[in-house]
Design a protein around this ligand. Structure first.
Ligand SMILES: Nc1ncnc2c1ncn2[C@@H]1O[C@H](COP(=O)(O)OP(=O)(O)O)[C@@H](O)[C@H]1O
Ligand SMILES: [Mg+2]
Length: 400
């Protein structure tokens, strides 16, 4: 039995939990390239939920480059534009307090009682809630000034997690108009201040939120000046490293650590959440082998009640694709069995009756890629984005 030491501390499986920065494996090259992009523009990071976006943010927030100040917030629990603006102000004040700067124009707005909050909102001296746009504008102007004072190259980064949830929350609690205004505000704020950058994430495509808003008359393309990043699974090297660290941390017995770690990480396509999940289910008493790993994985993902979060890839087809649900199922079934497939092959599979218009099929394939069911290979063929979803799809739908 060989033991390899990594720089990670003793670490046990913790699927879905919050990790300490030194338990977050890999992502360093991606993070370095993101800091370099952020010098020039803001970033929108979109990928499937559980792929590891939040942990990337945690790692960035824990160790920013010297000239950067960071503020991080999960927007999923925020339901109104005023709460959002208050949160931005509060975070900025906290992040900048280290540098003795006050947010000058916000201070003026709020008067002597500055920052007094009632029910989570900042209040004006007369007791009414400060208008949210004003709060955001002034907060950003103040930060810009503070960063300029600190010297060339100093910048602040807002790490705002789960923007689509914020927008849909606001859309429900307030109105679609307010959600549109917040979206426009994000675009404007992200563009107008050279010393402030945004790193936004989303687990569902913004296109779903926009479709709803467009039905209400919105016609902006709010985030198209931002850099779009899709982190994807870990690199195989880091997937295996995580698997091995967790196998050891959980005290799993196996004769060949290298083989088991490699088998386990690649069986789940190097998605860190699935690596944690699978290791957490390995029996501690019996010796683990590549075969027991594969068998356990199949049992796990096909169990009637399971917590792998896979069923929602099936369930959301109806709300996402409406009348095209059946067609989407046909496409995914065909690709699951025979990937990779090119357009003509998919067309033959789902359009035997000739009833499906080519353009409708093209549009659907594009959406399936945007929603990260499928991905397009350099050879212009379609395959599943995550191998585990394909594996589950075939088992779940009893395809060969
Ligand atoms: N780089 C990583 N190293 C170790 N574990 C990770 C890493 N990224 C994600 N995880 C695991 O996957 C889970 C989901 O990650 P998270 O960042 O919350 O995904 P997302 O924000 O994309 O939904 C985490 O709770 C953790 O168990
Ligand atoms: Mg997250």
């Amino acid at each position: 039995m060989r033991h390899v030491k990594y720089h990670h501390p003793q670490m046990s499986s913790n699927p879905g939990g919050q990790l300490a920065p030194n338990q977050i494996v890999g992502r360093d090259d991606l993070i370095a390239s993101m800091w370099s992009v952020l010098k020039g523009r803001s970033i929108y990071m979109n990928d499937l939920r559980r792929i590891g976006k939040t942990q990337i943010m945690v790692k960035m927030h824990a160790a920013p480059p010297a000239d950067w100040v960071t503020a991080k917030c999960d927007l999923g629990g925020i339901h109104t534009a005023a709460e959002f603006a208050t949160q931005a102000y509060r975070l900025s004040a906290a992040a900048l307090s280290r540098t003795t700067r006050v947010l000058r124009s916000m201070h003026k707005l709020l008067g002597q009682a500055g920052g007094l909050e009632i029910a989570g909102l900042v209040k004006l001296p007369d007791g009414t809630p400060a208008p949210w746009k004003e709060v955001l504008r002034r907060t950003f102007a103040d930060i810009e000034e503070a960063m300029c004072d600190q010297g060339p190259g100093h910048r602040m980064l807002f790490l705002w997690d789960e923007v689509p949830f914020l927008l849909s929350n606001i859309s429900h609690r307030e109105s679609p108009e307010v959600a549109m205004q917040v979206l426009d505000m994000l675009r404007a704020l992200g563009q107008d201040h050279d010393r402030i950058r945004l790193l936004l994430t989303g687990s569902i495509g913004l296109h779903h939120v926009l479709t709803g808003l467009k039905a209400q008359g919105y016609n902006g393309s709010p985030l198209n000046r931002m850099d779009h990043i899709q982190p994807g699974p870990l690199t195989p090297k880091h997937g295996v490293e995580l698997a091995r660290t967790l196998l050891q941390g959980d005290g799993i017995r196996c004769d060949d650590w290298d083989r088991c770690a490699t088998e386990l990480a690649s069986a789940v396509g190097h998605v860190p959440f699935y690596i944690h999940r699978l290791v957490s289910r390995l029996p501690k008493a019996d010796a683990t082998t590549p075969k027991t790993i594969q068998d356990l994985l199949d049992r796990e993902i096909t169990a009637d009640t399971n917590d792998w979060d896979l069923q929602h890839y099936r369930d959301r087809l109806r709300p996402y694709y409406g009348p095209d649900e059946k067609l989407a199922l046909g496409v995914l079934d065909a690709v699951a069995v025979n990937e990779p497939l090119d357009f003509q092959a998919i067309r033959r599979e789902v359009n035997m009756s000739g009833a499906v218009d080519d353009e409708r099929l093209r549009a659907l394939l594009k959406l399936l890629c945007q929603d990260h069911y499928l991905t397009r290979t350099p050879e212009n063929q379609y395959r599943f984005y995550l191998s585990l979803i394909r594996r589950w799809w075939r088992l779940n739908r009893s395809l060969s």
